[in-house]
Write a protein that binds this ligand. Structure first.
Ligand SMILES: [Zn+2]
Length: 348
């Protein structure tokens, strides 16, 4: 099968590769329609590794996908051939202790697309368990279906935050994940969400949403913007979605006493942070690693019309131009939020 293969750090090719296509019991086979380009895909391309995950052999990229079911394995109920679907890319070991606890995202044995050595889905067809495949309602386009995966991370962050209605939140970083965290926080009941970055173009896209208040940190600190709005009290919740060590500098001056900090962005190296600052405000600290039991909720919110992710799609490439898509993503243009790749068989 023809696929976008990361041969090794810095080297991509579009070529034939053998990928398993046997449809086992409980599986479905899916014709891929749209795949989003994720920061992690780009990081494997530019750095060859993320933390302990190292690209040691050619690997197909892509894990944010939507498509159409073309074949059912035995025992599959609730899905049919022809259904438009999106897929949860992480499949846990059902016998693992983490899975039994409902925290399958932290199952050490999870198999996750485009995480070495597991192949991703930038190819024409993929086989996947029906249990991790979700039917798209008619009013949800494939492009939106391929956004469910990153939005699920925003949803997980909002759930970890334990938002109370009317909370004021602040998000550090206006990349795709930062904006999706902010939208999930609004949908989860926040009255106002500040979102900080230095890329004015990204902030302009974020600021297009009612309830999101962009803060350009070249002009004003997020702490100052939040303080001005809250009479110096602070934000109920701070979401860290930049992964930048610098973000940890004044994090505990943004959050209110007794508030929560939710860490989503993954710094490349360990970071130092202000423990006395956190303790003196008795800040609750939460972390987010992917998501569990939340894909269907993310899809429900999109289908309800309460969350419109379409404005975040800033470029669409044909599969044959996949390498160009990755080169553009690697340039990290301030005008880009989410790039997507469409398969040649896909109907527009
Ligand atoms: Zn992703």
């Amino acid at each position: 099968m023809r696929a976008l293969v990361l041969e090794k750090k810095g080297e991509l090719s579009l070529r034939e590769i053998d990928l398993p296509q046997a449809v086992g019991p409980g599986d479905v086979r899916i014709a891929i329609h749209t795949v989003g380009v994720c920061g992690s895909d780009v990081h494997y391309y530019t750095h060859g590794r993320i933390g302990p995950f190292v690209v040691n052999a050619p690997m197909v990229l892509g894990h944010e996908a939507a498509g159409t079911i073309v074949e059912l394995g035995s025992g599959v109920t609730g899905l049919r051939v022809g259904d438009r679907v999106c897929m949860e890319p992480g499949v846990p070991n059902l016998a693992s202790r983490a899975t039994k606890l409902g925290i399958y995202n932290v199952d050490p044995d999870v198999t996750f697309w485009a995480t070495p050595p597991v192949h991703g889905v930038l190819t024409s067809h993929v086989v996947h368990p029906a249990a991790f495949t979700y039917r798209l309602p008619d009013n949800v386009a494939f492009a939106e279906g391929a956004m469910v995966e990153p939005f699920a991370i925003g949803m997980q962050a909002a759930a970890r935050a334990r938002i109370a209605p009317g909370d004021v939140a602040a998000v550090i970083g206006a990349g795709p994940i930062g904006i999706m965290v902010a939208l999930a926080a609004l949908a989860g009941g926040c009255s106002r969400v500040f979102i900080a970055d230095f890329a004015q173009e990204k902030l302009a896209i974020a600021g297009g949403y009612a309830g999101l208040y962009p803060v350009n940190i070249r002009q004003q600190t997020l702490a100052d913007a939040v303080a001005a709005h809250t009479g110096g009290w602070g934000a109920d919740i701070v979401f860290e979605a930049s992964g930048s060590p610098k973000a940890f500098g004044d994090m505990f001056r943004i959050v209110r006493p007794g508030g929560a900090v939710v860490l989503i962005g993954l710094p490349v190296e360990p970071v130092v942070f202000d423990v006395p600052g956190a303790i003196s405000r008795e800040v609750r600290i939460e972390t987010v690693f992917r998501y569990a039991n939340i894909f269907d909720r993310a899809l429900n919110l999109i289908a309800s019309g309460k969350v419109d992710l379409k404005p975040l799609i800033t470029g669409v490439f044909d599969f044959e131009d996949s390498i160009a898509a990755f080169e553009r993503a690697a340039r990290a243009l301030p005008t880009d939020v989410k790039l997507q790749i469409r398969m040649p068989t896909a109907k527009r």
